[in-house]
Design a binder for this molecule. Structure first.
Ligand SMILES: [Zn+2]
Length: 215
């Protein structure tokens, strides 16, 4: 891919704040199913700031995979990184779907036996409509700069996940807290790492060395 001189460029708005809107009380005659799918929503407030989450948070895809999509946790995620596919509002059930599909993607790329095979070859998967191709002249040379631009945060995080696996990375659960952590790839975390943080390592160590008391 680098031979093509293709980069990745992704900026995404994070607003001053986000709130949960529960929606109007159901009205007579309103389709129940439809109203249930449109609410509750996360809604952006204030003005946006453009951020570059891919470079600043290399394991953000894992944070989405680990997110327990309660309203509070989704709000917390949105306040840090923005919404997943839209700029200013998104229905909460969609967040749950995105968490599930990120976990399914990890499951798929973790194990080759999860792939369908046809004529002795793995069948490639597609994320249709997830990237744009952008190009512009370089200011300091005659070169043209080419970038793949994910269309939204969810697409960017899928790309971040796949890129980790394309560089030989994998994931493992921390032996203390169970949180998934990146191993290998560009993270430099070696395959013998058992804990996600110093805190987990020392907690585990502490537990192992604690004298056993009988009360
Ligand atoms: Zn841990």
């Amino acid at each position: 891919m680098n031979r093509l001189g293709l980069g990745i460029k992704f900026e995404w708005p994070v607003y001053l704040d986000y709130e949960i809107e529960e929606g109007p009380p159901p009205m007579v005659g309103m389709g129940l199913l439809r109203s249930a799918k449109s609410w509750p929503k996360i809604v952006a407030r204030g003005s946006p700031q453009m951020k570059r989450p891919l470079g600043n948070f290399p394991d953000l895809w894992l944070r989405l995979a680990k997110l327990q999509p309660s309203p509070d946790n989704c709000l917390d995620f949105a306040r840090n990184y923005g919404l997943l596919t839209h700029h200013t509002e998104e229905v909460l059930p969609f967040w749950k779907d995105c968490c599930i599909s990120m976990n399914k993607l990890i499951e798929l790329v973790e194990t080759k036996s999860n792939w369908n095979i046809e004529d002795g070859k793995y069948i490639p998967r597609l994320f249709p409509g997830s990237l744009d191709l952008q190009f512009e002249p370089d200011v300091s040379s005659k070169n043209i700069i080419i970038n793949a631009v994910p269309k939204n945060l969810n697409a960017a995080l899928r790309l971040q996940c796949l890129s980790h696996y394309s560089e030989g990375g994998t994931v493992r659960a921390c032996e203390w807290c169970g949180n998934l952590m990146e191993i290998g790839g560009s993270t430099g975390k070696r395959s013998h790492v058992k804990f996600c943080s110093d805190k987990c390592r020392s907690s585990s160590h502490h537990q192992l060395n604690r004298p056993r008391k009988t009360r």
